[in-house]
Design a protein. Structure first.
Length: 344
């Protein structure tokens, strides 16, 4: 007995019963079985610790969501403003004033991101990229008239980013106006969550230039597109995707409608100064370009694309399928009647 051998102890050793011995044995066996399962179960089994493929050891990507960048317009103003005649600066100012003026949408201290179309290594007169004059004028308005803290200009071109920004004239225009250009690299992308999207519910996105941004403006050229009939305001956001985005060409209308829910911009600007009427989206032949003498600004990208398709690209018949899909996803309304003000 423990008390006889160690008289200072105040307890007696209890003999383990058969039942206690069995319960202890079962517990040890269960723990051993669980450990064996965790260690040796196939990788795809629940709670398995195996990592034959190496996927479990990969870092978990950060997933984020974009905020809503929209600003409610004044009730007395129009959803779409069209500026015609005069210089590029005059047309832009006319269009902006029709929807309430740039000062209504951008406030002092804002950090603004401008997303032009810089997809190709083309000069601006070919209509495949955004007009650098519009970008320069817009940046000056935002920095001087609105007293914004910063203006960033970003895109993820299909061809060499540095060459595209240089040849299009957009880098020079942005920097001369006081903007900062962001070029993509492999570390600039993170996984974006887009609830309601079909193809890009979780997809790599050009996030770096969006940090701390609270206003976003898209500037897209009006041009033909060989797959979806037209490349306009909504299609312009395609340039923010990373990964193997060319796979979406097989379902082009779905991906464009997904883009309409991916981002809710503060404003969209359609550049109708050099309209690529055919052989889009790359262009290359000046004979395919028409002087449209128009700048369209608006808060409903769906209505803007519909109007530009019919009046700037001069297409008749059925509208592109992506517009109906975008409207069904709640991104805007196709019917622009009574919602546009033209300032000549």
């Amino acid at each position: 007995m423990a008390k006889e051998k160690y008289p200072h102890l105040d307890y007696q050793q209890r003999q383990m019963s058969r039942r206690d011995l069995i319960k202890k044995g079962v517990g040890i066996a269960a723990a051993s079985a669980a450990a064996s399962y965790l260690a040796f179960a196939p990788e795809h089994f629940p709670l398995s610790l195996k990592d034959d493929s190496g996927l479990r050891s990969l870092p978990t990507p950060d997933i984020f969501r974009l905020p809503d960048f929209r600003v409610a317009k004044e009730k007395s103003k129009f959803d779409l403003g069209l500026g015609r005649s005069g210089s590029v600066a005059v047309k832009l100012k006319k269009a902006l004033d029709a929807v309430g003026g740039i000062e209504h949408y951008v406030k002092p201290g804002d950090i603004v991101l401008i997303k032009p179309n810089v997809a190709f290594d083309r000069s601006p007169n070919l209509g495949a990229t955004s007009n650098p004059e519009i970008i320069k004028e817009l940046i000056q308005l935002i920095l001087v008239d609105c007293r914004a803290a910063e203006v960033r200009v970003a895109d993820n071109p299909i061809e060499s980013p540095a060459d595209c920004f240089a040849k299009s004239g957009i880098r020079l225009a942005a920097e001369q106006a006081g903007g900062r250009v962001y070029l993509p690299d492999s570390n600039a992308f993170e996984i974006l969550s887009t609830p309601g999207a079909v193809l890009i519910e979780q997809w790599p996105f050009f996030k770096r230039p969006f940090r701390d941004v609270n206003k976003v403006i898209g500037i897209a050229p009006v041009k033909d597109h060989n797959l979806c009939q037209a490349s306009l305001g909504i299609k312009n956001w395609y340039g923010l995707l990373g990964g193997r985005r060319n796979q979406f060409h097989q379902d082009i209308h779905e991906i464009i409608s997904d883009l309409s829910v991916m981002i809710q911009p503060t404003l969209t600007i359609l550049d109708g100064t050099h309209i690529l009427m055919e052989n889009g989206p790359t262009g290359g032949d000046p004979s395919n370009v028409k002087n449209g003498d128009a700048v369209l600004v608006g808060v409903d990208p769906v209505a803007m694309d519909a109007w530009a398709f019919e009046h700037l690209l001069e297409r008749t018949g059925e509208l592109p399928e992506y517009l109906y899909k975008a409207e069904a996803k709640g991104s805007g309304k196709i019917d622009y009647r009574g919602r546009l003000k033209e300032v000549v």
